[in-house]
Design a binder for this molecule. Structure first.
Ligand code: ADP
Length: 649
């Protein structure tokens, strides 16, 4: 039994060497440099097989410390595929190796070399064979390097273009030059047929664009099998086309699969193609396929982009799209005109480009991934838009705005009309109410007359309340009677609750409040805010249950004051909650049937709160009670304002 040491930092190569060993050779495999020194000291050791790293692989192991042992023992050098680091080879030449073998290992010749080295029988002129092997390795290395360099240059040139025709031309010209073929062409598959798209023939200076259908049988074969074809004998590949040698490689991409072929042929010259040319052409085809796929994806992207541009150009809506960091990305022409946004704005933060408080407020209200939000946006030129903002995960946010100036104008005219009619109705109604009330004084009324008078008076009270609410809402929306000033909201609540105690008592409701110790100031109209509190408290009493409770609280949350009016009443079902703030909307249910109202109270409340830059909402569970809450910005009063405040409420 012979004992040898196999050293290789490439475990796969070590395994290949060991598996090529004869049965009477026992090998110890070392893959770590640190273990090489001690392993070489093994007394039974007869030979060392040392694998050299590839030219582009690991650095050469430092053998200076083990040089004596390597020189003492017969040494076989192994390289993978003849690819060897020359600096490493020269370092080991000093150890007088017996032979240099390269993978794939031919079992028999490897064994012969191995036995010869072990028995120290001199190899036939080892120095000469080494020199020849080295020279050959070097020559192959250089040729390969040149080949790779050319392929790399072609790849770079092809990948630098996104123009399909240009890419095709460059590939064909490079392929003809690299293989020194007479002709070269690219055939592409389109709708189940083959078309020669680019061709360069022997007598042409450059490649030409074509679109010729072909019946090339070899091309079909390569496309179907996805494998290259090399033919070094005379063959007929299409009607009337005779070649003496041919090389076809498939053009493949991950999506479409094999979509064409790159071919070179010799017709007159009887020069066969080689394996190495096949390798070169395959590499060029791989580069080409990637470049063509990139160009295709780019043109698909461009087509999409121009479609989006056309939509944005012609859309009547104002459309603005931002990325996830609220930077401007796309916008319609109408948006550009409305907000004075030009090309330079691309990629800039929306807040820096669009100087419109409504839009900025809309964006600040919408956290990422929120549901769609609506708002009205007024432009500097007075036009009004209905804006909807939606968040699209992984894209950003989109605002779509439709102009509603004309609808707003209609709404204003309608409110004006209602207001005029209400105003004109108020005086005669007051007169009627006065006379009906005086009827009793005109003489004794019988039972039936008294009943009629009371019914007439009840209806008159209702219609007067309705008219007064209608007038109010008109005035609030038009901004009349809305002089603002600093006022203490806590004091306003206290007085309102105190005045409502009589009504609460008459309905058997206990009305309480919880106010903070410190004063809470807001900027507002005391009369209108009092109206808000009156409406909310009277609703909480009206829609309550016998012996129910109403509680009013106020609390400061940062720069805002939050007022809550809670009751233990009938509550509002979830599906009604969005509607009760609409004008004239009243919940129709057996429980509300008997309760009189105009359906305008909450619409007035909402209007007033919004005029104060606040927000109102309801939280309620049907049958369990409701909490109507509104939030207003807190005001920091000056000394003078504090003194005046007491006279405002
Ligand atoms: P009105 O009370 O005159 O009908 P509002 O605008 O004040 O009109 O209220 C609209 C509707 O909302 C009411 O008809 C009622 O159905 C419901 N609502 C208002 N407040 C409450 C409340 N505190 N509890 C239950 N339902 C309420």
């Amino acid at each position: 039994m012979h004992h040898i040491l196999v050293f290789s930092e490439d475990p796969a190569l070590a395994t290949e060497v060991v598996s090529a060993l004869p049965a009477d050779v026992s090998a110890r495999t070392v893959t770590a440099r640190a273990e090489l020194g001690p392993a070489l000291k093994e007394p039974e050791l007869e030979l060392v097989v040392f694998s050299l790293p590839a030219d582009s692989g690991d650095p050469c192991p430092d053998v200076s410390s083990v040089q004596d042992d390597l020189t003492r023992l017969p040494l076989l050098l192994v390289t993978r595929d003849g690819d060897v680091s020359l600096s490493c080879l020269s370092a080991l030449i000093a150890c007088s190796p017996a032979a240099l073998v390269t993978t794939p290992l031919s079992r028999d010749s490897f064994r012969t070399t191995l036995y010869r080295a072990i028995s120290a029988s001199p190899l036939p002129s080892p120095d000469h064979s080494m020199a020849v092997t080295l020279e050959e390795s070097n020559r192959r290395l250089n040729a390969r390097l040149q080949e790779l360099n050319t392929i790399y240059t072609v790849g770079k040139s092809v990948a630098s273009s996104l123009n399909v025709d240009e890419i095709l031309e460059r590939i064909v010209v490079a392929s003809v030059n690299l293989t020194r073929a007479e002709d070269g062409f690219i055939v592409l598959r389109e709708n189940g047929k083959l078309f020669v798209r680019v061709a360069k023939y022997k007598d042409q200076a450059s490649a030409a664009q074509l679109h010729l259908e072909t019946s090339d049988s070899m091309a079909w074969q390569v496309i179907r099998s996805g494998r290259p074809a090399m033919l070094n004998r005379e063959a007929k590949i299409a009607t009337g086309v005779l070649v003496s040698s041919l090389l076809y490689v498939p053009l493949r991409a991950p999506g479409p699969g094999t979509f064409g072929i790159l071919g070179v042929v010799n017709r007159e010259r009887n020069t066969p193609f080689t394996e190495s040319q096949l390798f070169t052409l395959s590499s060029v085809a791989d580069f080409a396929a990637i470049a063509l796929e990139n160009a295709r994806l780019f043109s698909v992207g461009e087509a999409e982009r121009s479609r989006v541009s056309a939509i944005l150009e012609r859309a009547a809506e104002v459309i603005i799209v931002t990325d996830l960091s609220d930077r401007l990305w796309l916008w319609s022409e109408t948006a550009g005109r409305a907000f004075g946004v030009d090309r330079e704005a691309q990629g800039r933060p929306l807040a820096d480009v669009i100087d419109n408080a409504d839009i900025c407020e809309l964006f600040s209200r919408a956290p990422q991934h929120a549901a769609a939000l609506h708002t009205e946006v007024t432009l500097d030129d007075g036009r009004v838009f209905n804006a909807q903002l939606s968040t699209i995960a992984t894209v950003g946010r989109v605002v779509v705005m439709q102009e509603i100036t004309h609808l707003k104008e209609l709404d204003r005219l309608k409110s004006e009309f209602v207001s005029t009619v209400s105003h004109d109705l108020r005086s005669p109604l007051t007169t009627i109410q006065g006379y009906v009330e005086l009827l009793e004084r005109a003489g004794p009324l019988n039972e039936m007359q008294r009943d009629f008078v009371s019914r007439a008076l009840s209806s008159l009270t209702h219609i007067t309340a309705l008219i007064s609410d209608l007038l109010d809402i008109g005035r609030i929306e038009a901004g009349y009677d809305l002089e603002m000033g600093a006022l203490r909201l806590d004091t306003l609540i206290r007085t309102t609750v105190e005045s409502a105690q009589v009504f609460a008592g008459s309905e058997a409701i206990s009305l309480s409040m919880a106010l903070p110790d410190r004063s809470l100031w807001v900027w507002g109209n005391a009369r209108r805010l009092r109206q808000v509190l009156d409406n909310l408290i009277s609703n909480a009493i009206k829609y309550n249950r016998p012996n129910g409770q109403v509680n009013v609280t106020i609390q400061r949350d940062g720069d805002h004051a939050i007022v809550r009016v809670s009751d233990t009443g009938i509550g509002v079902a979830a599906e009604q909650q969005g509607r009760i703030f609409e004008r004239f909307y009243r919940v129709q249910s057996p429980e509300t049937e008997e309760i009189r109202g105009t359906g305008l109270g909450l619409a007035i409340v909402k209007s007033v709160i919004e005029k104060h830059k606040g927000r109102i909402w309801v939280e309620s569970t049907a049958g369990k009670g409701s909490t109507f809450a509104f939030v207003l910005p807190v005001h920091q009063p000056s000394g003078g304002e504090q003194n005046q405040a007491s006279t405002q409420v």
